[in-house]
Design a protein around this ligand. Sequence first.
Ligand code: ADP
Length: 254
Amino acid sequence: MLPNGVATPGAHEATSRDARGVSRSEADSVLALVAHELRTPLTVLLGQAQLLQRRLAGRADTLSGDQKTADVLVEQTHRLRALIDTLLDVTQFEHGQLRVIPMPLDFGALVRRIVEELQPALHFHTLRLYMEPGQFWVAGDALRLEQVLQNLLQNAVKYSPPDGIITVQMAPYGDQVRVAVSDNGIGIAASVRPLLFQRFTRADPIEGRPVAGLGLGLYLCKALMDLHGGSIQVESVEEMGSTFILLLPKLVRG
Ligand code: ADP
């Protein structure tokens, strides 16, 4: 069965075909189908790995090597599922089928929860939250806005030194709500910045040390902010750090 929102091959206008006569939209549909089919066994695998991890953690006689193996299993399965979710989101977006379900949302509470949950998981980085008093109601899809923030926070961690400082600032901004995620990391070259929200944009590795990634996260962040009627911008100075700014219209409650 085809997943929700995935069109059958040929349902979209074929713009260009490769040497085998496969159009881009056909290739996208197959990719979406494969990604969807991979998701189910991966979810089962993740559940079982987490069960094993908890069981081992609860036993006094567990060897530390076994516990480590279970931890790696859970972590890597999480990563694989996140990659597949990204591919699914991108193909849906490119077929005009990525949806957000906006509801009245206390964006401040969401940001606070995300920061509080991430803080203990960061072993080296410092994460700080500065929030102006008040409420930050928006019309937002909580899951999708969390996806945007998680992406920005993960990037801040990935592209800053282990003792880096990450700050999240939240404040009203006219009739909008503004959230800024800053790091004091490697920064982004001026030549890359205009392309940053396009798919597959990745800056050159620093000192030949590549960082894992697909170059699709920011592309999706922009897509999701646009679907909310909001925006995302970047300010950065090379070797000093970067700030990603999210703006969302305030919810006017009548
Ligand atoms: P990924 O991190 O998977 O490559 P993204 O779309 O999230 O994909 O980011 C695209 C590129 O933008 C990254 O490869 C990196 O070069 C650059 N980038 C994103 N966030 C930061 C950041 N906080 N600091 C420095 N560079 C960044």
